[in-house]
Design a protein around this ligand. Structure first.
Ligand code: SIN
Length: 356
């Protein structure tokens, strides 16, 4: 997710922290690729903070308790970062599984856009196609090229799913392009819900076809956003980005600055493998705080912290560190094994925004 080269941004405090936690493999081993060991002692761990708090009512220096009467569990703030809230294990295991299923089946469905739109147009039923080992094949008979570029019919007709005995990335014939659904699923990086985002212009394009945020997700986000809202105000979810991470993926330091009103929070849900989240300051030169994000944790970013750089330098997909045992147990039914197979080596983040 980065350009190469030792540019100025490569030497900032934020970039240095990313390099500390990023997944590197040991180069001098003949065995299977081994991740290089990383010192995690400086990573803030809200799981142990909750345990400490439940045992003796104490929180470590720099961490405070938010006023959150709506919650039956502690909500934490960081004294150095007004507007930041951490709600450990806000989602039950059943809720986590529900949002994992939705993130893989309904959220990438048109009119929601994904990173695959730019190349393949609208793709329907990607997850089911991967389960059925289908292949996306270029449609030779389509009108692609004869219709105007913005004709959605053209992109919808440009490719079709076909059953394949041998799913592969390679072309079956030199003139017909094809790619397996499982490869496309592995390369799924984002999908957008509600108001659609134009990444090239870095702005919302309200003219793009869209569905509203699903009611259940909207209700959940409103409930979770409450600690960060002014008295009497309710969060209005209008857009969401779903990020999909595989082993070795990272999300570089960035600001979420496209919404009109930064006093409103971004509600950010973690699902699947554990990750490290870096929260920096208003400059990339400010040293970031590293913290673990586990499946079921929710983070709110509102007000001043909306101006702070943040990112994900690492997800842990190994058994010892991923911490997804409860998901594994919950997704052990035959019909859920396809979700388990995905989430075993992946992380999903759903971040929900009020745009106006
Ligand atoms: C983001 O910063 O946009 C996503 C953070 C996350 O994946 O938890």
């Amino acid at each position: 997710m980065y350009g190469g080269g030792d540019t100025e941004s490569e030497r900032t405090a934020f970039r240095k922290a990313e390099k500390i936690y990023k997944l590197y493999y040991q180069s001098n081993t003949k065995k299977k690729k081994q991740p290089r060991a990383v010192d995690l002692t400086q990573v803030l761990d809200f799981k142990s903070i909750v345990q400490l708090f439940n045992a003796n009512g104490q929180v470590p220096p720099g961490v405070s308790l938010a006023a959150a009467p709506q919650f039956d569990r502690p909500v934490f703030c960081l004294e150095k970062h007004p507007g930041f809230y951490f709600i450990p294990q806000a989602l039950s295991v059943a809720e986590q599984c529900h949002w994992i299923r939705e993130s893989l089946t309904s959220f990438p469905q048109p009119p929601n856009r994904t990173n695959h739109n730019a190349v393949y147009g609208s793709i329907h039923d990607l997850f089911i196609a991967a389960k059925e080992r289908k292949v996306l094949v270029e449609n030779q008979n389509c009108l692609k090229g004869l219709l105007p570029d913005n004709n959605s019919l053209a992109t919808d007709l440009a490719y079709r799913w076909e059953l394949s005995e041998e799913p592969s990335v390679t072309s079956r014939e030199s003139t017909i392009k094809s790619i397996s659904a499982s490869t496309l699923l592995r390369k799924l990086r984002w999908s957008t819900l509600g108001l659609q985002f134009d990444w090239s212009k870095r702005s919302y394009n309200v003219d793009l076809p869209h569905n509203k945020i699903p009611d259940l997700l909207s209700e959940l986000a409103k409930k979770m956003a409450a600690p960060s809202m002014s008295l009497g105000e309710e969060f209005q979810p209008e857009a969401a980005i779903v990020n999909y991470f595989g082993a070795g993926d990272m999300l570089g330091g960035h600001l979420d600055d496209m919404e009109a009103d930064w006093s409103k929070p971004i509600v950010s849900m973690s699902l699947g493998c554990k990750a490290i989240f870096l929260l920096g300051g208003k400059s990339r030169e400010d040293e970031p705080i590293a913290m673990f994000l586990r499946s079921g944790d929710i983070v709110l970013m509102a007000g001043e912290v909306r101006e702070c750089f943040h990112g994900i330098p690492r997800i842990f997909t190994d058994k010892e560190n991923a911490e997804i045992t409860s998901l594994e147990q919950h997704l052990s039914n035959e019909e859920d094994l396809c979700y388990l197979e995905y989430i075993n080596r992946s992380r999903i983040n759903i971040n929900i925004r009020q745009v106006f």
